[in-house]
Design a protein around this ligand. Structure first.
Ligand code: PAN
Ligand code: ZN
Length: 170
């Protein structure tokens, strides 16, 4: 099976990039609906369109039985009173779990079930946080440094952003 990947790379965004990671950059203009203060969003966008987070992903051809192993860099910053955050999503049909390991910085993962139940766990350097299936998850940078975290899940996940957006971790 020549297509099954084997590799060992440095455990950092720079290491991922050196070995050909695909990088997705999310800017504030793409994330404006996440924040409660549209005037604050417009004030920032009038000056610049900052990168809020980047996701580094190894571009091997995934099969259902592979593992997704991303590193996210969530920059420090605020929009109105709210800290920078990821969009957040469910892993839907099947609802599958994810482990998140904090590499640098300080933040939190907000978790919400479809019935609305809301939880919060730390995501910080040296912590491993676990979101079981059925919990939508969003990471928030509460610190003043970039929050860097590694996420691993099954490669069979389907990201459902719409349901998470409707519930909005509120
Ligand atoms: C993470 C996230 C990553 C970006 O790798 O995909 O932090 O967050 P959004 O996908 O919500 O924009 C993960 O949860 N993967 O499943
Ligand atoms: Zn996820």
């Amino acid at each position: 099976h020549a297509h099954e990947p084997i590799f060992a790379i440095p455990f950092s965004p720079a290491g991922y990039e050196k070995y050909g990671a695909h990088v997705t950059r999310r800017r504030l203009s793409q994330l404006r609906h996440l924040y409660g203060d549209p005037v604050a969003v417009d004030q920032i966008l009038a000056r610049e369109d900052p990168v809020v987070y980047e996701v580094y992903e190894m571009p091997y051809p995934y099969r259902e039985t592979d593992l997704l192993i991303n590193i996210t860099v969530l920059y420090p910053g605020r929009v109105g009173g709210e800290p920078y955050m990821t969009k957040g999503h469910f892993h839907a049909e099947p609802d599958t779990a994810e482990a998140v390991i904090g590499l640098e910085g300080d933040g939190e993962m907000l978790l919400q079930r479809r019935d609305g139940e809301l939880r919060k766990v730390p995501v910080s350097e040296g912590t491993i946080s676990y979101a079981g299936g059925g919990w939508a998850h969003r990471v928030v940078n509460t610190g003043s440094r970039p929050l860097v975290f590694f996420a691993v899940s099954g490669a069979n996940i389907v990201h459902d952003y719409e349901t998470a957006e409707r519930l909005n971790f509120s």
